[in-house]
Design a protein around this ligand. Structure first.
Ligand SMILES: [Zn+2]
Length: 294
């Protein structure tokens, strides 16, 4: 699933390509991918122009001058591919990024007035595109309980620490993955942040000293910022909004590197299961806290 840096990369790329453009047509082949009424589509999508594009957590928000917003959740296999004078794809990595579209994974097609098109492809059909009044976006279920943006100015160390306090008995990895605690972090960036902060993912929140929490807070921001700088990460043939491959995974230190050497201490990286997810760690750098340690 694309995480914060990948969706941020989509946002930045699309902003260059579709802001100011008018949507003149929309088609879809799977109602759950586009659960909107015909009246809303006619009244607030068609002939509306894109004002700006935002991101909240892992969700993309295309704001229209009709005062409605297209809320797009890529989920597991969603991707957006723009085909116009230039072409780009972003999201789930697959050949649809570069092959002829539409194809059997195409769920929604937006056509702009210049006849350029934006394809929402989603093989597994978990993703969706919803048209919602902009004023109501904040209060949809998905956002109501969503935690703060880890890169925002208001996300201070104090705020992070305070949020951890509510989950004292949980493993730190499960807390990082919990979108109600912090928005936008998934498996890749949880593993990378914990490695950078030298924290074992099974550590309980209550076992982390204040100094460790501070290291983790700084690590999360550093990892996310460098991933955005690297244009988002992805498997295989991920391409960012400008058609270049996301390069972050090439610089990942532990994620999907089991059996290879830890770049910090040269011990072998292993893969374990934490919070039901494949988790990559260096057992030497990321020691489990001893019982009773505070
Ligand atoms: Zn190590």
């Amino acid at each position: 699933m694309p995480e914060l840096p990948e969706v941020e990369t989509v946002k930045r790329g699309l902003t260059k390509l579709i802001v100011g453009k008018k949507i003149i047509d929309v088609t879809f082949d799977w109602p759950k991918s586009f659960p909107n009424t015909e009246a809303d589509v006619k009244g607030f999508l068609l002939n509306s122009s894109v004002n700006n594009i935002a991101r909240r957590g892992k969700v993309l928000l295309i704001k229209l001058d009709s005062l409605y917003t297209l809320v797009i959740h890529l989920k597991m296999t969603g991707q957006l591919v723009y085909v116009g004078d230039e072409r780009f794809g972003a999201g789930h990595p697959s050949d649809n990024m570069i092959t002829k579209l539409p194809d059997k994974s195409t769920r929604v097609i937006f056509t702009f007035s210049e006849k350029d098109r934006l394809f929402f492809n989603d093989q597994r059909k978990f993703g969706w595109v919803r048209l919602i009044p902009t004023s109501q976006v904040k209060s949809i279920d998905l956002f109501k309980k969503l935690g703060p943006e880890p890169l925002s100015k208001i996300f201070t160390f104090e705020r992070f620490s305070e949020r951890l306090e509510h989950r004292k008995n949980s493993s730190i990895k499960s807390v990082l993955l919990d979108q109600t605690v912090i928005a936008g972090i998934g498996n890749i960036y949880a593993d990378e942040s914990l490695w950078l902060a030298k924290i074992h993912p099974e550590s309980k929140v209550s076992e982390l000293t204040n100094a460790k929490r501070k290291l983790l807070y700084l690590a999360i921001r550093e990892i996310l910022n460098s991933a955005i700088k690297a244009k988002g990460s992805t498997d295989r043939n991920y391409r960012d909004a400008e058609g270049r491959r996301g390069s972050y995974l090439k610089t990942a230190k532990v994620f999907r590197r089991e059996g290879l050497n830890c770049p910090r201490c040269s011990h072998s990286i292993s893969k374990i299961k934490v919070a039901g997810r494949g988790t990559h760690i260096c057992n030497f750098c990321q020691r489990k806290p001893k019982k009773g340690m505070k």
